[in-house]
Design a protein around this ligand. Sequence first.
Ligand SMILES: Nc1ncnc2c1ncn2[C@@H]1O[C@H](COP(=O)(O)OP(=O)(O)OP(=O)(O)O)[C@@H](O)[C@H]1O
Ligand code: NI
Length: 424
Amino acid sequence: MTLDADSDGPTESSANADPLLAVEGLRTVFSTDKEEIHAVDGIDFDVREGETLGIVGESGSGKSVTARSIMGLVKSPGRIVDGSIRYRGEDLVGKSEDELRAYRGGDIAMIFQDPMTSLNPVYTVGNQIEEALELHQGLSGSEATDEAASLLESVNIPDARRRLGEYPHEFSGGMRQRALIAMALACDPEVLICDEPTTALDVTTQAQILELLQDVQRERDLGMIFITHDMGVIAEIADRVGVMYAGEIIERAPVERLFAKPKHPYTRGLLESIPGRNPEAARLHTIEGDVPTATEPAASCRFAPRCPKAIDGCDRVHPSAVAVDDADADSAGTDGADDGAIDGHTVSCLLYPEDRSREWRLEGHRDGDSIDATDLEGARTDGGTDETTSRGADATTSRGAGKATGDDASADTRDDATNEVIDE
Ligand SMILES: Nc1ncnc2c1ncn2[C@@H]1O[C@H](COP(=O)(O)OP(=O)(O)OP(=O)(O)O)[C@@H](O)[C@H]1O
Ligand code: NI
């Protein structure tokens, strides 16, 4: 659902062709006696070879359920109720457990926050890597052992051959996470999903593991989904970012763009909570309150109760995604190859498009699916522009504006970004 005429136009025309993984309209629900929890509530994204999609959001926003849905690991009382998850064009939703097992760990591998949940304490690390090699690459005997040792070396575990004979508890936390990465690589995956893989580690080890994952990804041209609650980690590792809130992706953009020009009040709040990023704030800024558990279909903005910018209407209209690729003078003409909504910047918030009247926006978002460019023309307001809007979040030209993504912000400009506020 994008508030522009081309929202579901073809992406085939873009230079790097079909995505490895394409998630569309995914909904995953947990049904209990009392209620239905809409853990993942209609999300879209895709991942291409060699790129990292970062998914960021607070606890409870639906990040892990998203990952488990892709892996086919959602168990009763949870189930996928809508949408598709296409791997190289093949929809995984609705496949049998046997069929899914072939993808899981093979084409699509996952690394969890706590390596002990994935490593079996009663087998040696070597046994476990060799088993994966046998299962997914048909290696056995000394061939498997050699390959296991070389995998451990490739994740920078010294004295690899000896350490193959050790048990997981003999490894430190960082070493275990490295072993787990080696195990994932033993499956020779094309997509690697990392769910908070560094959260449990100290800062130095965390940096090393992030670097390792980046190296591994580049070497193998993996499509990576990296899940974290930490915007600092996102800045390190992501190419594109989806910001999740209460089951929805409320903003997405290339990473430089997101840091330079965050649009959603929630994204701005997350960025302000990065220590040292906002020198004027003496204390660490956090957003008051928690992510609500979504127990009803979305009929309003789920962030509204915590939103410093909420307007009349946020409590009764559910926002659609609006394309906000400003055609800024300072960024125009950079990267012409990748047009198309998927590379663009979209935000699901009733404050956008900024150059429309509030009435128009409420109306437009209410039935966002059917809005087209001609409707937009008639509804343009005259006096409503200010500093921020004059750059032109223009929903009518969102496709062409795809060229403005990506390179428009250097690391130096990042620090100013959150000082920019929406002037209502
Ligand atoms: N097995 C389950 N049964 C019922 N509800 C669940 C289950 N698993 C997840 N949920 C609900 O789904 C929502 C999303 O949870 P999820 O674990 O995806 O959040 P998250 O973004 O990964 O959070 P965290 O950062 O804490 O890992 C939450 O409201 C959670 O309570
Ligand atoms: Ni999680």
